[in-house]
Design a protein around this ligand. Structure first.
Ligand code: SAM
Length: 289
């Protein structure tokens, strides 16, 4: 058995600025390990149990005993969404399921929020989107466009309305109240200002929850789906795959923003390659066709 001095020699030195703290922590861990092994029979029992569990798992779980082919399944987003609700039921379905049947704009804004809302604070990046909404600039822009074109449409916005770490420092005009960036209320205020409460509805959840446990499960599909939430590869990859399930087929179009982000680009091209799409670019936008 190794002594604590031997064990310490085997490990690389910790970074200098945490040296003292790490050293203390490691000494405690080494002492704990020694105690465990010095306890004779207990060590054997623990080891025996561990060996038994490993043996059982490798026998019964291909995950530990086979190659990686079965892992592909973890990447297949297989679930089938429900039969589509008629388009004239989409808005009410969301209001029923998310807001217990009462429009969220009823009695808006609540008294405790009014003092913090800004009459003029909207900002967008030139995208029109349901998946990743922020202050609603693009959603309200889209509402205006569809109104002008005489289209009866519902714009479904998905956002957890948390923004991203540090965003409220960047955006000098935002208020933070007890750690809440008030993004949801400001988004709602902007929709009121744009006179678009009847054509915009929202799901204030994480994108995966809203797409999979929400829209997919309820049979709510979109003709046009834009992806513009988090831009790291894994987030973009999951959003694109989940959103594709609720895109109307045939005929629906999926597109997104921030193609310049490496993670987004990688996710878009992987998805296109796996699903037989081509990617068309329009400035910062990508479109699958
Ligand atoms: C780049 S902004 C969207 C900007 C918007 N398209 C526009 O032009 O105004 C990204 C938004 O995605 C939201 N977001 C990021 N990750 C999310 C997640 N996992 N679930 C829900 N919303 C998310 C953030 O709260 C933020 O409002």
């Amino acid at each position: 058995m190794n002594s604590s001095a031997d064990l310490e020699q085997l490990s690389p030195p910790p970074p200098p600025h945490h040296h003292h703290h790490h050293r203390q922590h490691r000494t405690k861990l080494v002492a704990l390990a020694q105690k465990t092994f010095n306890n004779g029979p207990w060590a054997y029992i623990i080891l025996l149990i561990f060996t038994f569990v490993l043996g059982y798992l490798s026998h019964s779980q291909p995950l530990l005993s086979q190659g990686t082919s079965d892992m592909i399944e973890h990447n297949s987003f297989p679930s089938q969404c429900s039969d589509p609700v008629p388009s004239n039921r989409v808005r009410q379905t969301i209001i029923d399921r998310v807001f217990n049947g009462t429009s969220p704009w009823e009695s808006f804004p609540p008294a405790h929020v009014s003092p913090f809302l800004l009459k003029e604070w909207n900002k967008g990046w030139g995208s029109n989107n349901p998946v990743g909404t922020f202050l609603g600039a693009s959603a309200t822009h889209m509402a205006g466009l569809t109104r002008r074109l005489g289209l009866e449409s519902q714009i479904i916005c998905i956002d957890d309305f948390r923004g991203w770490p540090g965003y409220s420092d960047e955006e000098k005009s935002s208020k933070m109240v007890n750690g809440d960036t008030m993004l949801l209320y400001q988004f709602m205020q902007n929709v009121v200002n744009a006179n678009a409460t009847e054509s915009i509805v929202f799901l204030p959840y994480s994108t995966s929850t809203a797409l999979v446990n929400g829209l997919c499960e309820w049979g709510v599909y979109g003709d046009l789906v834009e992806i513009d939430a988090a831009h790291d590869f894994h987030s973009a990859w999951i959003d694109i795959n989940n959103a594709y399930k609720v895109l109307k087929k045939p005929g629906g179009v999926m597109f997104g923003h921030d193609y310049a982000w490496v993670g987004v680009r990688k996710a878009v091209h992987s998805f296109a390659r796996l699903n037989g799409f081509r990617v068309k670019l329009d400035g910062e936008h990508w479109v699958l066709y």
